[in-house]
Ligand binder design. Structure first.
Ligand code: NZQ
Ligand code: ZN
Length: 389
């Protein structure tokens, strides 16, 4: 295990009705708020009305930026920055899934930057002062509610870039599992796949000896496998939605990667797919992951797949090691299939023409290789994309 510093300062208010803390918590930072939200789900399920009435009761002025796209655009970030500057906003409150929260984070980071906000996405060292950000989570998936990352797309240049800054981590997040009852099946499935992928990215690390973190990762994977299915069948099952919601935060808030090297693999590949084809993030990951697993399986990586098979899928350790590994990978694919997620890139509108371009771009910012347990280069990525096609 590598050395590490531990601090995950986002305050979490978890449970039914926890939105009641909103007034008191916001007032610690100011009384002028920009509410950021997406295409309107929060208006349909009542979360918007509840938020607005709490803010009014507490004499908190609020302004709005709506229409944040899934795979949020830098153009929308710019609109939010303009409102913040014009209205002297003191806190940015995201209400939604990862796209909305990510958009809010970069708005908050861009308010005190004079140049084009795309600069700070490409080069976070330019970020100086960040407005406080808070979130009300409505979709268990990205973990943006408790991490310091935002992923923003620029459709003019076909770039989708993750930017991280410690001050972009939300000051607090409200996690009410009942707010995810209305999440449609396809987003529940994609969100579950995304949580699992964040966990895999840390779990399949080349750094050995983080036994405790690996045990937590295995528990998160079992949680997703069990409750993802239940949430699909019974959208209003509180226990299922609650477990998925907390898994979302724990998978990426930094806990699992403590003592590890944080060199991710499927995510940089998926971000190229979304940048060119605007697909749902979790769907891209579910298509790639089993193919990536098969591709990196060899004598050196085998032990990790055996642990995965035994501890997550309950496969008998006495079986042949390669048999365990292959069964675990097959189970992973079958699980994503059972959630109704497509298993081929061509099923989500991706053509063969850009596979090579995307493979080269996936590794361009990390010295030519991505991943940790078995680092792979552009040629390997292309092979995985072809297997996934
Ligand atoms: O826009 P609305 O109308 O709210 O509808 C959304 C959207 O259409 C809907 N939705 C959300 N909550 C709902 C709901 N519908 C009904 N009831 C609810 N309670 O779901 C759709 C998808 O929302 P979105 O926010 O795009 O999904 P997700 O949370 O999966 O976020 C995906 C984005 O996050 C990035 C992804 O790349 C992608 O851009 N990621 C962010 C990360 C981070 N900040 O750490 C890490 C991840 O790996 C990921 O890259
Ligand atoms: Zn993800």
């Amino acid at each position: 295990m590598l050395s590490f510093d531990y601090s995950i300062p986002t305050k979490i208010f978890f449970g039914k009705g926890k939105i009641d803390v909103l007034g008191k918590e916001i007032k610690k930072y100011g009384s002028k708020v920009l509410i950021v939200y997406g295409g309107g789900s929060i208006k349909r399920n009542g979360i918007y009305d509840r938020t607005a009435s709490i803010l009014k009761e507490n004499n908190i002025d609020f302004y709005e930026l709506s229409g944040v796209e899934p795979n949020p655009r830098i153009t929308t970030v710019k609109k939010g920055i303009d409102i913040c500057k014009e209205k002297n906003i003191e806190l940015v409150l995201a209400i939604g899934g990862g796209s909305t929260i990510d958009c809010a984070k970069v708005i908050a980071a861009g308010v005190n930057y004079d140049g084009d906000p795309w600069d700070i996405v490409k080069n976070p060292s330019k970020i100086e002062k960040v407005l406080p950000v808070a979130s009300i989570l409505t979709l268990a998936a990205t973990g943006s509610e408790m991490d310091q990352i935002a992923v923003i797309s620029n459709m003019d240049t076909n770039e989708k870039i993750g930017v991280g800054h410690e001050d972009m981590r939300p000051k607090f997040s409200v996690l009410d599992p009942t707010y995810t009852f209305t999440v449609p099946e396809n987003q529940t499935a994609a969100g579950t796949a995304d949580i699992m992928s964040h966990t895999f990215e840390s779990y399949f690390s080349g750094v050995e000896g983080a036994y405790l973190q690996d045990g937590i990762a295995e528990a998160i994977l079992r949680t997703c496998i069990k409750y993802g299915k239940i949430a699909m069948e019974k959208p209003n099952d509180y226990e299922a939605r609650a477990n998925l919601m907390w898994a979302s935060s724990l998978a990426i808030n930094g806990l699992l990667s403590l003592g590890k090297d944080r060199k991710w693999c499927c995510h940089p590949i998926e971000h190229e797919l979304s940048a060119y084809y605007d697909i749902t993030h979790g769907v891209g990951l579910a298509i790639l992951t089993p193919n990536w697993m098969e591709y990196i399986l060899n004598d050196d990586t085998l032990h990790k797949f055996v642990d995965y098979g035994v501890n997550v899928w309950g496969i008998d350790r006495k079986k042949d090691s390669y048999e365990i590994a292959r069964e675990a990978i097959k189970n992973t694919r079958k699980y994503f299939d059972s959630l109704g997620i497509p298993s081929k890139l061509r099923e989500v509108g991706i053509g063969e023409e850009k596979l090579e371009l995307m493979a080269n771009r996936a590794v361009r910012n990390s010295g030519g290789t991505i991943g940790s347990l078995r680092p792979i280069d552009a040629e390997d990525v292309l092979n995985i994309l072809k297997k996934s096609y």
